[in-house]
Design a protein around this ligand. Structure first.
Ligand SMILES: [Zn+2]
Length: 135
């Protein structure tokens, strides 16, 4: 059995170590597609509850996503001071579509430790390009 859901979120990011416009702070409407695969349905007849994605969306929506590093220290300081720390989403890696897809997949795996489900996550930074990861 396979089920699929998608959602979008608006967020800013910048890439550290990248030479070009993507190192500037800029925003996207990110699109996320989550595919869930498994064999066992629950007592209600569901493979997985799509309302679970709400928490993931809230984690990123209207945030500034930054890598935790020296190069972002000033951004973190000023964004925290002006918008509050809740408006930040900090990662240990550069917030590329690839890494965001990996983080979302890791979150899904942690949220669903008990059941035997496989997930595929696609993250679009623009309508024409996406990163995909599955486990
Ligand atoms: Zn970007």
């Amino acid at each position: 059995m396979k089920i699929k859901t998608e959602f979008s979120f608006d967020a800013a990011h910048r890439l550290v170590g990248y030479e070009g416009k993507r190192s500037n702070l800029h925003g996207h409407t990110w699109k996320v597609e989550i595919e869930v695969e498994g064999e066992k349905l629950d007592d209600i007849g569901m493979l997985w509850d799509f309302t679970n994605v709400k928490k993931i969306k809230e984690h990123y929506d209207h945030k500034t996503i930054l890598k935790i590093c020296k190069e972002n220290q000033d951004f973190v300081y000023y964004i925290t001071k002006t918008c509050g720390s809740d408006s930040l989403c900090l990662m240990h890696d550069n917030p590329t579509p690839e890494n965001i897809a990996k983080y979302i997949l890791d979150t899904l795996k942690i949220m669903n430790k008990k059941n035997n489900l496989s997930f595929k996550v696609k993250v679009w930074e623009s309508p024409k390009s996406y990163a995909e990861v599955e486990r």
